[in-house]
Design a binder for this molecule. Structure first.
Ligand code: ZN
Ligand code: ZN
Ligand code: ZN
Ligand code: ZN
Length: 481
């Protein structure tokens, strides 16, 4: 089942110069270009708890530190905790000599069997909520740090306002967003402060003294060398780091963790500002209002069989082309000239390319250092000449028992088979000497029928998509002359 493992084998060259599999690429119907997660704007649409599906506005989420108030994760294995009910005997409030049965609730993990009783948490009398929050001993210090950075942000904002006309916009994530400044703007005490400088004029600014690094650290506890380590009682790194405020060392100190809130994102083309992906607002829905995945607009290329390649030997490699659109499509495979895409690659290496959007509500995901796109083919490929017609997608075709008689006049040397909207095509691949892996490149030219009605443009356009296929590893050719 070669197709199960080939997600990364066939990769398309995005308009930003990065190779991505078709499942990770979008197609902008307005620019008629491929877009990927790296070259679109990401916007947060909805914040919601993945367990109770409650959605909340971003200000509330920020106050709750992006965690759900009612749902908990297991501190031991991070699975969702569920509430369990049990009955206990308790003294009757009006007559302590009598006993009554009462229902109490505790939290339990169905995955690792951790329960809130393990760490001595008192059972609750209500099914939801009631769990006491842990006190953080550094709370005051953290608050003062936050205050301080808010004033730093305020100062930076002031500076930026001053040199707004000379300053080049570099980031979508403005500082005001970083330190939740908008909530503070109404407060009169906010005066710009210089970082770490004591403020003596009576305004309640932050008075921070930077901490000094020291080479003196606390010694190890006395019993560390004498007592045997019971690994099951020591929290592992993941468990410690999942609650950064407390970092429990022992499993007996683990405490239920509030569940992280998730977001629904919509993606926007940075050039034409149209949405490429927009989920439905309701957190319980998994549908999209707009979903322009390349999967629905670009012919899908797959490798059909695994092939054994030998260095310098021409091998027949079968690929399949699949038309996902409801329109017939003419395709041609053209030779790939890596030099023609040098400009695109240059763009990929320039992280300053921010496109034309700069609205403050847009959040650009942290720039991932782009790995250098390697477009050098390590094998030569003989591509079929001429054009092929891919039949339109027909959802009822899979119910047909017999193959419909092909009305297409195909060259049997090129077309290996034809089934509904799919065509198997033969390529002849010759790995270059010294190549360990055979990568071939070609340009897929196809006629795309644009369903976005525009009066000025013709509905069918011809598009070229550069594709790199990792055909497989190459074994040494033994019987050389
Ligand atoms: Zn891209
Ligand atoms: Zn929840
Ligand atoms: Zn667990
Ligand atoms: Zn666009």
């Amino acid at each position: 089942m070669a197709h199960l493992f080939q997600v990364d084998r066939v990769r398309l060259l995005c308009s930003c110069g990065i190779l991505k599999p078709i499942t990770a690429i979008y197609f902008c119907r307005h620019c008629l270009k491929l877009r990927c997660g790296n070259c679109v704007s990401h916007e947060v649409d909805t914040l919601f708890c993945p367990n109770c599906l409650e959605n909340m506005p971003s200000t509330e989420a920020r106050l709750k530190k992006n965690r759900c108030a009612n749902c908990f994760d297991c501190p031991s294995c991070s699975h969702t905790l569920s509430t369990r009910a049990t009955s206990i005997q308790a003294p009757y409030p009006e007559d302590p000599s009598k006993w009554v049965t009462r229902k109490v609730y505790y939290l339990a993990c169905t995955s690792c069997r951790w329960t809130s009783r393990d760490v001595g948490l008192k059972d609750q009398t209500v099914a939801t909520g009631g769990w006491a929050e842990q006190d953080n001993e550094h709370y005051k210090y953290l608050q003062s740090l936050l205050e301080h950075y808010r004033s730093v942000a305020q100062q930076e904002k002031g500076d930026r306002e001053r040199k707004r006309f000379s300053h080049r916009k570099s980031s979508y994530l403005s500082l005001s967003d970083k330190y939740s400044l908008p909530s503070l703007l109404g407060r009169k005490s906010l005066t710009p402060l210089s970082p770490f400088a004591p403020k003596g004029d009576g305004s309640q600014g932050s008075e921070m003294t930077p901490l000094e690094a020291t080479s003196e650290v606390d010694g190890l506890p006395d019993n560390i060398f004498s007592e045997e380590v019971v690994l099951s009682s020591v929290a592992n790194m993941e468990q410690r780091m999942s609650s950064p405020e407390w970092q429990p060392e022992n499993t007996s100190d683990l405490y239920p963790l509030h569940k992280h809130i998730l977001v629904k994102r919509s993606l926007r083309c940075r050039h034409c500002e149209h949405n490429l992906s927009k989920p439905e607002y309701n957190p319980s829905s998994i549908k999209f209002k707009i979903q322009l995945g390349a999967f629905y607009h670009v012919p899908e290329v797959r490798m059909v069989h695994k092939v054994d390649l030998k260095s310098g030997v021409e091998t027949n490699v079968q690929i399949s082309l699949c038309n996902p659109t409801p329109h017939d499509m003419t395709v041609a495979l053209l030779p790939f000239v890596p030099e023609a895409y040098a400009a695109v690659l240059q763009k990929a290496e320039d992280p300053a390319d921010g496109g034309s959007l700069s609205t403050s509500s847009l959040v650009r995901v942290v720039d991932i250092p782009v790995e250098k796109t390697d477009l050098t083919p390590t094998a030569d490929v003989a591509l079929p000449q001429g054009q092929l017609v891919l039949a339109a997608r027909d959802d009822t075709a899979e119910y047909d028992d017999q193959d419909s008689i092909s009305s297409y006049k195909d060259d049997p040397h090129v077309v290996a088979w034809r089934r509904a909207n799919k065509v198997g095509v033969n390529l002849l691949v010759t790995p270059k000497p010294e190549a360990k892996q055979a990568n071939v490149g070609f340009v897929l030219r196809y006629d795309y029928t644009n369903t976005v009605a525009t009066a000025t443009e013709s509905r069918t356009v011809t598009l070229n998509i550069p594709i790199m296929v990792d055909v497989g590893s190459v074994t040494e050719h033994c019987d050389e002359e």
